[in-house]
Every structure is written in structure tokens, then in C-alpha cells.
Design a binder for this molecule. Sequence first.
Ligand SMILES: [Fe+2]
Length: 190
Amino acid sequence: MNRIADYSGNLLNHVETLYRPGEREIAIRMATALGCVISDTGFKGDGDESFLAAHPNPGDPDPRNNAFFMSPMRPEQQALEARLVRLAQDDAGFAATLETYRHTARTKPFGVSHFALRYATGDAVADAAERLKAMLGSELGERLHVRVFEPGESGAIGARLVQGFVYQDVIVSGSFLYGQLIELQSQPHH
Ligand SMILES: [Fe+2]
């Protein structure tokens, strides 16, 4: 199977992510650093900016499969996020709970909600992690945390199993306050 559209079974289709108003360009840079190519779906819903599709496989940028979409956060969520931010500012206990969650996401990511991208090799995961830091690290500061794990030995040379975890709040599929963890996974062939 070379093209995802040729696979006829059911599959996990897409993830819908959002970016903050004004951060479309940073979202594009983040997806690009992850190794994705971007296409514009042209669909705007009831907003002003079109939905973008980020394709993990640049060789097969199918607009309807194997993609995550990126679109601007809608006013309803902006209102909710704004209230949560105020709560965190006004309630020291809530702020501490939030910081504990963020610390866990950065240091023990395995049980924290995330979505994952598959890469062909462990080296490709390491390269993506380096690109993220190079392209966005200084600009995002505390908003970006990249961690690479090499969980264990895998037999053959070149079959390095590598997992990367990227914790950031540029593109999220939930709350911007919580941030979004993205896993970078390699599946070496044995
Ligand atoms: Fe995972």
C-alpha cells in the first residue's frame, strides 16, 4: 500500500487541532518542523481563516486521510479559555494544580493525553525534535518542551526505537491552558 486512499479498511482518520487567533504562521512552522507538509483545504466553516491540513507523509498528502487539521480557535472556546486564565490568575490553588499538571506533561508524558505521529526511523524522530528546537525554541521559550526517549535496545543497526514527546500550546486538540502533548514515534522494522 503506497497511498492511504487505497486502503479500504476503517482507520483513525484525522485529528482536529486549533491555533490561537494570530498564530496561524507559528502553527504552520510547528507542523513543518514536525516534518509535515501543509495544504489549504479552502474550508472556512463560519470563521475567516481556512482550515489547514498537515500531512505527516509528504509523499502522500491526502486531504481527507492521515492528516491533522489546524484552524483558528472559535469565539466560544476563546471565552472559555479566557475564564480559565482568569481563574488561574485569581486562585493560587488552581494555579498550583495547573503547574503540577504541566510539570507531569513535561516529565512523565506516558499517561498524559496526546496524539502521535509515526516516523520511519529513530533518526527521523531525533531530527524532528532538533528541528522543533531550532525553528521555534527561542521564540516559544517555556511554551515548547521537547524530550526524546530511547526506551531500549532494538536488534539491528538502524532499527533504533525512539520516542519523542513535544509539549506545547501552539496547536491543541483540547484546551490551550492544558497545552497539547504530541508524541513522535518510530517503529523500526525488524
Ligand atoms: Fe502514546
